[in-house]
Structure formats: structure tokens, C-alpha cells
Write a protein that binds this ligand. Structure first.
Ligand code: RM4
Ligand code: MN
Ligand code: MN
Length: 396
């Protein structure tokens, strides 16, 4: 690889950060059952410890996304504890995810629930989550709603939209300067007839209505098959409304498979649209890159390392596109030439350059190998297996 390209890769990796989810280290499963891993994290402290390993081995994941219901058993009172875990394990708290889908009250929805008392409870939980984020000095509050309906005629879709508008706006009032509300969308599941925020357009309208600190969050798994996700990314960038990503891969629906395991070219194309935008606009896009994956078959820490390394590789490949030449080829409608710029960048083996970058940062050249040799997995398996064996695994 020529030195100019290696240099581009080093610079790109220097600024590339990706957040890992606390829930990716705990035991999870399918809707049919949980498959217990003896090494899975059983406490928030253990999640921080595992996240700290991923960051220590990659140097690319300084923050961990937290879910309020699962990681803050005492709400705002848990903040000092989280601070101490962050200190101890070398990873900071990142985005704060309110949980508006698990409590029994939310059977018929949260912000879209016909019962005003439940809507008020959902808003209060969101406000508490914003206060938690403030206490932790983290920027993003990331909202995903399971709200929707399963059968035609059972929900007033327009009325629910108004409730969403009203409550998101109220939540926005609570934000401090610099904080952001990220609004995630999902076409279906758990609701199978209609979802209140089903696509990027709905999320965009709601975020706009809420206020200037609300942006859209794109979870790559939350699209119908064949959807052109990079076009959505390009439009959101053009509207200055792209707040962040939840990265994962999918084959059918919200599969939460390891990033790039099915379609690495799509992730490359997403990164390309972002870098092309930055080149053209001469602006740095302010996007939170986050992983939203929870593996029940692969080892949790291994899968997370695999994901981070894949994200770095695809980002490095995307930074090899020569934007000036691409723009010229697009202007002259030289289709084959334009497409070839992308294909050549994608086909480039960036791994040696990434290893050089890792060497310069003092992290292992192969994070996965280093993890396997570290003895960490054996240690936590021993420490946690008794507790994990008591975990409930049945679906019904
Ligand atoms: C949803 C969505 C959210 C995540 C939950 C657990 O499908 O992707 O971002 O918090 O799952
Ligand atoms: Mn998500
Ligand atoms: Mn999801």
C-alpha cells in the first residue's frame, strides 16, 4: 500500500470510535429461550469489566451504552456506582437508553398508550433518564419504542402520533445544552401491524418537531430487506439530522448479527456516504457510532472484538475512496469509473495498515488472538459460571 493511503487510514482510525452496549455482555436469547453462557456478565460491574477488555484490546471503544432499567437498579442513585465502575475498568458511560418496553404497564404502549397515566409514567422515566445522563455527563439519550399495534383498527394511529409529538417535545425541554435525544425507528416487532415510529421519515418528523437537539438514530437492522440504507444516511446528513447508528447485520429482520457478517459492502457504502459528505461539505459529521448486538451463540467478548475490528476495516476501506476523482466521474456520468472507485477501495486489503496503526497505539496487532491468550475468559468463566447456571432459560 502506498504511504499516502496508509496515512489516510491512520488518520481515519485515529478519529474512529465505536460504542459497545452493556447488554451485549449479559445472557440473552431468542424469543424461544435463553442459552446461558457461563462467562456472561451477571452484574453491571461485570459488564464494565468486559467492555474494559474490549477497549483495552482495540483502543477504539472508550464508552459503553447503558440501559436504564438493567444498569441503574436504583435510578439516579446508581450514578456514583457507575462512575466508580468507569474509573475502575477504564471505559466511560456513553449513551443512556431509557427502557419503555419491558414493564407490564407498557403492554399497550408507552408514549402512544391510550392511558394518560401510563404516558405520564413513560415521560417521567425519560426525564429521569435525561437526569441520569446529566449526572454522568454523557451526551446522548437514545430512545427506542416498542409501541405499535397488532391488528387493524385497534389503535388510533393519528392520535398516537400526536402523543409522540407532545411527549418528545416535553422530554426535549429537559435537555441541557449539549445533550441530544436520538430517535430510533423500526418497521415491525414487537408490534406486527403498525409501529408508531416505523421508518426514518417518521423519526425525522418527530425529531424535528421535538426540537433542535433531537436527531435520528439509524439501527442498520431496522429496515426491510433490500432497503437502500446508505441513501437514508445521505438524506439525513443532507438534512443535518443524522445523530447516530446502532450497528449490526441482518439476514431477515432485526437479527442483530455481527456487523459485516452478511453484507460488509453495505456497511462500507454507509461509511462512504459519510466520508463523501464530510469531504464535500468540509464539515465533520457529528455521529455517534454504536453497536447494538447481543450474541447468544458466539462468545460475547469475542463477538464484540470481531465487530469492532470489522468496523475499523470497513471504515478504513471507505476512507480510501478518492472523493475528487469520484465527483469528477459522477459529473461526467462515467458510470464504470465511478463505481470502480468504490469497488477498488472495498477490495483493498487494509489489514496490514491497521496492524501498523495498532502497533503505533500500543494495542495488540490481533485483538481477538490477544484476548484468547490473555486468560480473561477462563478467569471470568470460573468466577461467574455458578451464578449463570441459576439463570432462567425457559421461554414459557
Ligand atoms: C431494539 C432496539 C433498541 C434496543 C433494544 C434492546 O430492537 O434495537 O435499540 O435497545 O432492541
Ligand atoms: Mn437498536
Ligand atoms: Mn433492534
Amino acid at each position: 500500500m502506498n504511504p499516502a493511503n496508509s496515512d489516510r487510514i491512520y488518520k481515519a482510525l485515529d478519529k474512529f470510535r465505536i460504542e459497545i452496549p452493556s447488554w451485549g455482555f449479559a445472557n440473552t436469547g431468542t424469543r424461544f429461550g435463553k442459552f446461558i453462557q457461563p462467562a456472561a456478565a451477571t452484574t453491571t460491574e461485570e459488564k464494565f469489566s468486559d467492555a474494559g477488555q474490549v477497549h483495552a484490546l482495540t483502543g477504539a471503544c472508550p464508552t459503553v451504552a447503558l440501559h436504564v432499567l438493567w444498569d441503574f437498579p436504583n435510578g439516579i442513585q446508581s450514578v456514583p456506582e457507575i462512575h466508580s465502575f468507569a474509573e475502575r475498568y477504564g471505559v466511560k458511560p456513553g449513551s443512556i437508553n431509557p427502557n419503555l418496553f419491558q414493564d407490564q404497564e407498557y403492554k399497550y404502549g408507552s408514549f402512544g398508550n391510550p392511558d394518560p397515566a401510563i404516558r405520564a409514567q413513560a415521560l417521567q422515566h425519560t426525564r429521569d433518564s435525561i437526569a441520569i445522563a446529566r449526572g454522568l455527563q454523557t451526551r446522548d439519550i437514545s430512545l427506542w419504542f416498542a409501541d405499535g399495534s397488532n391488528y387493524p383498527g385497534t389503535a388510533n394511529i393519528r392520535q398516537r402520533k400526536l402523543w409522540f409529538q407532545e411527549l418528545l417535545k416535553s422530554a426535549h425541554f429537559d435537555l441541557s445544552a449539549g445533550q441530544r435525544l436520538l430517535v430510533e425507528y423500526k418497521p415491525f416487532e414487537p408490534a406486527f401491524y403498525h409501529t408508531d415510529i416505523a421508518d426514518w421519515g417518521m423519526a425525522l418528523l418527530l425529531a424535528r418537531h421535538a426540537g433542535p437537539q433531537a436527531k435520528v438514530l439509524v439501527d442498520t437492522g431496522h429496515h426491510y430487506a433490500a432497503q437502500n440504507i446508505e441513501q437514508i444516511v445521505a438524506w439525513l446528513l443532507s438534512e443535518d439530522m443524522l445523530g447516530g447508528f446502532h450497528f449490526n447485520d441482518r439476514r431477515y429482520a432485526d437479527d442483530d448479527l455481527t456487523l459485516g457478517s452478511i453484507d460488509p459492502y453495505q456497511v462500507f457504502r454507509i461509511f462512504h456516504e459519510i466520508l463523501f459528505y464530510e469531504w464535500e461539505s468540509r464539515k465533520q459529521a457529528d455521529i455517534a457510532y454504536m453497536i447494538d448486538q447481543s450474541h447468544n451463540l458466539k462468545g460475547k467478548i469475542e463477538a464484540m472484538l470481531q465487530t469492532v475490528c470489522m468496523a475499523q476495516e470497513l471504515f478504513a476501506k471507505a476512507c480510501l475512496v478518492n472523493h475528487a476523482e469520484l465527483a469528477a466521474a459522477q459529473r461526467s456520468c462515467d458510470l464504470v469509473k465511478a463505481e470502480t472507485f468504490l469497488q477498488d477501495a472495498f477490495a483493498t486489503d487494509v489489514r496490514p495498515a491497521i496492524q501498523e496503526w495498532r502497533r503505533s497505539k500500543g494495542v495488540p496487532l490481533n485483538p481477538l488472538d490477544a484476548f484468547r491468550q490473555s486468560g480473561y475468559l477462563e478467569r471470568i468463566t470460573q468466577q461467574r459460571s455458578a451464578r449463570n447456571s441459576q439463570s432462567v432459560s425457559s421461554y414459557a
